[in-house]
Design a protein around this ligand. Structure first.
Ligand SMILES: [Mg+2]
Length: 643
C-alpha cells in the first residue's frame, strides 16, 4: 500500500478518537509506561484539542521565553503568541506520542529526523538533518542524547515560525483538527435526520464512521500501524501488540476498558475471526478495509440508536435491566408516570432488574426507602433486597479493596454527614482506624500534607521502576462522598478549594463518586420549572482542571460512567442480576438512563446494551456533545418501555 501520507491519517485518527475526554485520557496515559507525572508538572497545559485555549503558566516555559528574549535583546510578550503557534502547541502531545516510536518517553535524533521527514515534504534530506542538528544544539544536546517532552514543548514555544519544522507541524495540526474533530464529529448526531436510521448490530460499527474519505484514510493508517513488520497482513500477535501499545487502536477495536487479560484476549480473538473472513489466520488489507469501511448502500453500519420497541427481536432479547434512578424512575416532583407499570411488567416477565444511583452520599438502604416512598412498589412495600446499589457503596468497596488505601493513609474526606464514614468503619474498622482522616482542611495543613503526597508519588515512581528503598510514605487522597452540598462539618470555601488544589497538585489521589455535574430541584413558586443544583461533577471538573497534566491516573470515579465504575458499579449490578437468576450475558443486559456522560457511558464501557430515556437530563438532540457515548436504543420515557 502507498504510504506517503499515513502519518497525516494517523493524526486525524488520533484526533478523532481523542475527541472524548475518556479517550483523551487513555491516549495521553498509556504510551508512557512509567508515567512520570512530575516531569510534566510545570508544563504547558494542552487540553481539549478542539476548543480550549492553550494556557502557559509554567515557570519552565516563561523562564525559557525570558532567556530567549534576553538573548535577543528584545522582549516579545507571551500574549503575542500567534494563532499558528497556539495550534501547534495544542497538538504537542499528539505529535510527541507519534514521534516517540519506541514509547521511551523521549525523542532521540532519529525519531526527530523521522518526524521531520513526515511533516516536511518539501525540504531535502540534508537540510532536514541540518535543522534537527540545530534543534539538538539549541538544547545543548549531542546527537546521541534525547529530547524530553518538556524540551519538545519549549521547542514548539520558541522555534522560529519560518523553519520547516514549524511549518510542517502547523500543517499537520491544521489537518488533524480540521479533518479530525471539527467536521467529523458534527456528523454523528447533527445529521441524524438526513441519514437512514439503521441498526448498529455489528462489531465493525464505529460512531465516527461516516463513510468519508477521512475515515477510510484513518482506517488505512491503522492498518499500517498494526502491521509492524510491513508484511502487508496482520497476524493475531500483531493485533494484540498494537492494542496493548496504542490506545487509539483499542478504541478502533471498541475494546471495553477494564477487561482482564483473559477477557481482552477473548474479545480480540472473536474480533480477529470476524475480520478474517476467509479464515486463513491472516488479515489482509482488503479484509481490514471491508470490515471497517463497509459499503453504506448494502450494509448497516451507521451507529445510530434504534427506537426501542419491545416487539423487535433485538429488544425482546434483553432480559436483564439496570435502571438509573433520577430522571429515569423519578424526578423532583415524584415518580415518573409509567415507572411502576414498567417494573411490574418486568416482575411479571421474571426479568431481573436492579437500580443504580450515582448518589455519593447515601447507602443502598436510603435509595431503597426513597423508591418505596415514591411508590415504585405496589402499596409502597419495600423493594426486595439486592435491588439497589449506590455510587457511595461502590466507592466504599473501591477504597477498601486490597492495597488501594493502605494502613496509615491520610484522607481529606468531604461528606454532608456521617453515613458514608460509618459504612467505611463498619466494613473494615481496623483499616479505617489506621487512617488519618480529616473532614475539612486549612491551607497550612494542606501544605504540610503536600510533603507526604510528593514523597509518596516519588516512592511510587521509583517502586514502579524497581528502585524503591525503605518503607512507603503514607498515601494521601482527597475523597468525595457528597452530591454537591456539604453539611455542618465542612462547607465549600475558597480556602478549602485552595487546600484541595495543593494536595492534588502534589500527588494526592482524587477519589470521587460521580461525574454528574448538577442535580435537579423544583420550587413551588415556579411551577413546571426545574432548577439545577451544583452536583459533584462540577467540583470534580474544577479541581481536575488545576491538576498537572497526566494526573488522571490518580483519579478514581466508582460511579456510573467513571473510570473504575465498570468494575465497582456495573460489574456489581450484573452480579446482582445473576443473584436474581440472570445468565449475566452482557448482550442480554441493558442499562436504562437519562444521561449520556454517566448512564450511556457506563453501558458502552461495560459492553452492555444501552437505552437513553428522553425524560430526564439529556435528549438525542445533544448526542453530538457525547460522540463516544451513543446508546443502542432510545425511548421517550420509562412509560414506553413495556409493551
Ligand atoms: Mg439520571
Amino acid at each position: 500500500m502507498t504510504r506517503p501520507s499515513w502519518r497525516l491519517a494517523e493524526f486525524a485518527l488520533l484526533a478523532m478518537l481523542g475527541a472524548s475526554s475518556e479517550a483523551a485520557a487513555l491516549i495521553s496515559s498509556a504510551p508512557f509506561p512509567n508515567r512520570r507525572p512530575w516531569r510534566y508538572r510545570e508544563m504547558v497545559h494542552v487540553s481539549n484539542v478542539d476548543t480550549a485555549p492553550v494556557s502557559v503558566s509554567a515557570a519552565t516555559i516563561s523562564d525559557a521565553i525570558a532567556a530567549r528574549d534576553a538573548a535577543n535583546g528584545a522582549a516579545r510578550p507571551f500574549a503575542a503568541m500567534s494563532e499558528q503557534r497556539v495550534l501547534v502547541l495544542k497538538v504537542a502531545t499528539t505529535a510527541f506520542l507519534f514521534a516517540d516510536a519506541d514509547s521511551s518517553g523521549e525523542l532521540d535524533f532519529e525519531e526527530v529526523l523521522t518526524m521531520m521527514r513526515h511533516v516536511d515534504m518539501t525540504s531535502d534530506a540534508t537540510s532536514i538533518r541540518h535543522e534537527v542538528q540545530q534543534i539538538f544544539a539549541s538544547f545543548g544536546l549531542q546527537d546521541d542524547e534525547r529530547l524530553s517532552y518538556e524540551q519538545f514543548v519549549i521547542l514548539l514555544t520558541l522555534i522560529d515560525e519560518q523553519t520547516a519544522f514549524f511549518r510542517g507541524l502547523h500543517t499537520f495540526a491544521n489537518d488533524a483538527v480540521k479533518i479530525g474533530v471539527q467536521d467529523m464529529l458534527h456528523g454523528v448526531g447533527g445529521h441524524a435526520a438526513s441519514q437512514p436510521n439503521v441498526v448498529c448490530d455489528d462489531l465493525s460499527c464505529h460512531i465516527l464512521d461516516d463513510g468519508s474519505q477521512a475515515w477510510r484514510q484513518s482506517v488505512e493508517a491503522a492498518f499500517s500501524l498494526v502491521d509492524r513488520d510491513d508484511g502487508g497482513s496482520i497476524c493475531k500477535a500483531e493485533l494484540l501488540a498494537a492494542v496493548a501499545k496504542y490506545p487509539l487502536i483499542s478504541q478502533l477495536m471498541r475494546l471495553p476498558v477494564g477487561l482482564s487479560e483473559a477477557e481482552k484476549i477473548h474479545h480480540m480473538e472473536k474480533l480477529y475471526d470476524a475480520i478474517d473472513v476467509d479464515g486463513n489466520d491472516d488479515i489482509c488489507e482488503h479484509e481490514w478495509l471491508s470490515f471497517f469501511c463497509r459499503d453504506r448502500q448494502t450494509t448497516n453500519c451507521v451507529s445510530e440508536p434504534t427506537a426501542w420497541d419491545p416487539a423487535r427481536p433485538e429488544c425482546a432479547a434483553i432480559t436483564g435491566f439496570i435502571f438509573d434512578c433520577d430522571g429515569t424512575l423519578y424526578q423532583p416532583s415524584g415518580l415518573i408516570p409509567g415507572a411502576l407499570d414498567a417494573l411490574t411488567w418486568l416482575e411479571r416477565e421474571a426479568h431481573p432488574f436492579v437500580m443504580l444511583s450515582n448518589t455519593g452520599a447515601k447507602p443502598n438502604a436510603a435509595v431503597d426507602a426513597k423508591l418505596a416512598r415514591l411508590g415504585c412498589t405496589p402499596d409502597g412495600a419495600p423493594l426486595p433486597a439486592g435491588r439497589c446499589y449506590t455510587a457511595a457503596e461502590a466507592q466504599v468497596t473501591f477504597m477498601l479493596s486490597p492495597g488501594q488505601l493502605p494502613p496509615g493513609s491520610k484522607l481529606l474526606l468531604l461528606a454532608p454527614d456521617e453515613r458514608c464514614v460509618e459504612m467505611l468503619r463498619e466494613r473494615d474498622g481496623e483499616l479505617f482506624d489506621s487512617w488519618d482522616l480529616r473532614r475539612s482542611m486549612d491551607v497550612d495543613t494542606a501544605k504540610e500534607w503536600s510533603v507526604h503526597a510528593e514523597a509518596r508519588l516519588r516512592w511510587e515512581v521509583a517502586h514502579a521502576a524497581g528502585e524503591a528503598a525503605g518503607a512507603p510514605p503514607p498515601k494521601v487522597a482527597v475523597v468525595f462522598f457528597h452530591d454537591g452540598a456539604l453539611g455542618r462539618d465542612s462547607s465549600w470555601s475558597y480556602d478549602l478549594f485552595e487546600a484541595m488544589t495543593i494536595l492534588l497538585t502534589f500527588g494526592a489521589e482524587f477519589i470521587y463518586t460521580a461525574d454528574d455535574p448538577t442535580n435537579p430541584s423544583i420550587d413551588p413558586r415556579y411551577p413546571g420549572k426545574v432548577f439545577p443544583q451544583p452536583g459533584p461533577g462540577m467540583f470534580v471538573e474544577m479541581l481536575k482542571k488545576a491538576m498537572p497534566p497526566l494526573s488522571h491516573a490518580r483519579c478514581f470515579c466508582s460511579g456510573k460512567g467513571g473510570n473504575v465504575g465498570r468494575r465497582f458499579m456495573i460489574d456489581r449490578a450484573i452480579e446482582m442480576l445473576k443473584e436474581q437468576g440472570h445468565s449475566g450475558e452482557r448482550d442480554k443486559i441493558m442499562i436504562v438512563g437519562d444521561r449520556f456522560d454517566t448512564d450511556m457511558r457506563a453501558g458502552v464501557l461495560a459492553g452492555i446494551q444501552t437505552c437513553l430515556l428522553e425524560s430526564g437530563a439529556h435528549t438525542l438532540a445533544v448526542a453530538s456533545e457525547f460522540p463516544t457515548d451513543i446508546p443502542s436504543f432510545t425511548c421517550p420515557s420509562i412509560a414506553d418501555l413495556a409493551p
